[in-house]
Design a protein around this ligand. Structure first.
Ligand SMILES: NC(=O)c1ccc[n+]([C@@H]2O[C@H](COP(=O)([O-])OP(=O)(O)OC[C@H]3O[C@@H](n4cnc5c(N)ncnc54)[C@H](O)[C@@H]3O)[C@@H](O)[C@H]2O)c1
Length: 449
């Protein structure tokens, strides 16, 4: 194939992007992929969603959202207007002008990057790759992944990036449960392997989101995302450590943060909790830690943050044990504990890496009898680290249920929980989120931990 005709194919792609005629494939229709597919369809493109899980295309076809950030009514409308469809048939990639990859990037059992989803997806794409296509990786990963992992697979059948197809990287920024932002209103960092790709990626996302931030290389874009998440992990670790220090001094970290954040410059509030959860903050830092080893540079700060955050559920259990010793006639090993909140953050149903699961495990290992209440997680789904918890059910919250337990442990501060009822009926409350303090509620024995 001559360079001239390749150039024509890319010119056509540019025209199709500008005219919103491009067909966009989104691979991986989870927490990131589904809202993105909806935002792209809303901006006028035809979107084909692709997933290996047959349930997702079925739910999309039925107009039933399974992600908090997407309204079923929006799905229903876009599907009816034939702007959005979904399938498990990857041959549909052939009719896509752009292909966006939003598959998981978890850790292996040894806490190293698990590239298997990205690699499997790249192998699937290469089977259907054709001239003039633009592929964009969105999964969070270490700097170098697009060029060192995805590119060789895509080029393995003889087509070359920059000549036959284009390859870029644009990290996703999501804040599940945050009503102030949606995919289209969050500025998006974009990049490409070369200048032409970068221009096309920029033009495409500029049609979908309010602000686009082009950066000079895919490596920079990959590093931006990792930096943002490490920033959070480190600051949360810092405030968790401060909590333990101030707890020992009898000082209330929440009062301290509330006052500190009145400083109009040089301070940004982060809040302590029972540990880190979710698919990003507990995981992504280890992607950089792993990659840094190749360059023989230490990552002590990042790893220390991980250590402190990982320690938090153990700290909470110790505080609970001490509080029971002080206030109850029961020791932890024979106590009944009601855990409030299984999701890793408020108002979402996501329990991936949730510290609540670790709390449940630690408490039961000590002999405590643990029930949980979570209005967003009525039944525990399969999880990688806690498969044995599958099928456990949320208990209804009632005065009797609260009073029956020796302690209530608040791990997640969902809005849809009756904290007044808890405050009135609990024998002992361990509040890891200061939700009672924020609501101005007092109980018989309340410990912030
Ligand atoms: N959840 C967040 O808040 C968030 C925020 C920013 C970035 N990210 C990143 O985005 C990426 C996706 O995360 P997520 O939370 O959407 O994950 P998810 O588990 O919710 O969704 C991933 C989807 O990919 C599908 N999938 C897996 N392997 C596949 C394959 N080979 N081909 C096609 N589909 C496949 C799964 O069935 C699933 O539907 C990750 O890299 C994550 O780190 C997530």
């Amino acid at each position: 194939m001559s360079t001239e005709s390749d150039s024509e194919a890319f010119d056509r792609l540019a025209e199709r992007i500008a005219g919103r005629q491009a067909v966009v494939g989104v691979i991986g229709l989870g927490y990131v992929g589904l809202p993105l597919a909806v935002a792209i369809a809303r901006s006028g493109y035809v979107v084909v969603g692709l997933d290996v899980d047959p349930e997702k295309p079925k739910r999309i076809a039925a107009g039933q959202s399974y992600v908090g950030a997407v309204m079923s009514a929006d799905l229903e409308r876009l599907v009816a207007e034939e702007r959005l469809s979904a399938t498990t048939e990857f041959a549909a990639l052939q009719r896509c002008d752009l292909v966006i990859v939003c598959v998981p990037t978890p850790l292996t059992r040894h806490r190293t990057p698990d590239m298997s989803y990205i690699e499997a997806t790249a192998r699937t794409i290469v089977e259907h790759l054709r001239d003039g296509q633009l592929i964009v990786l969105e999964s969070t990963t270490y700097p170098g992944t697009t060029r060192e992992v995805v590119l060789p697979i895509l080029e393995s059948r003889g087509l070359a990036a920059g000549r036959h197809f284009l390859l870029g990287y644009s990290p996703e920024r999501e804040d599940p449960g945050n009503q102030s932002f949606e995919t289209a209103s969050i500025p998006k960092v974009v990049s490409g392997l070369d200048a032409r790709t970068s221009d096309l990626v920029t033009a495409f996302y500029a049609a979908v989101v309010r602000e686009v931030v082009p950066v000079p290389s895919c490596e920079v874009a990959e590093a931006v995302k990792i930096t943002e998440n490490i920033f959070r992990a480190v600051n949360i670790a810092l405030v968790n450590e401060l909590k333990m220090i101030f707890d020992a001094m009898g000082l209330d970290i929440w009062q301290i943060i509330d006052a500190a954040k009145t400083k109009p410059f040089g301070y940004m509030p982060f809040y302590p909790g029972p540990g880190l959860g979710g698919h990003c903050i507990p995981i992504d830092p280890y992607y950089l830690v792993w990659k840094a080893r190749e360059f023989e540079v230490p990552t002590r700060f990042i790893e220390l943050a991980g250590e402190i955050n990982t320690h938090m559920p153990f700290y909470v259990v110790r505080r609970l044990e001490e509080a029971l010793d002080r206030t109850a006639s029961t020791a932890l090993g024979s106590s009944k504990i009601l855990l409030i909140g299984l999701a890793y953050k408020k108002n979402v149903a996501d329990i991936r890496e949730s510290p609540s699961l670790k709390l449940l495990e630690l408490l039961e290992r000590r002999g405590a009898e643990v029930a949980y209440h979570d209005p967003h997680v009525l039944t525990v789904p399969v999880t990688r680290e806690h498969p044995d918890l599958r099928g456990r059910e949320s208990v209804p919250l009632s005065a009797a249920a609260v009073a029956r337990h020796d302690a209530v442990l608040i791990a997640t501060d969902h809005d849809a929980v009756d904290y007044e009822l808890i405050a009135e009926n609990a024998q002992l409350i361990l509040d890891t989120r200061n939700v009672l303090g924020r609501l101005g509620l007092a109980g018989k024995n309340v410990v912030k931990a």
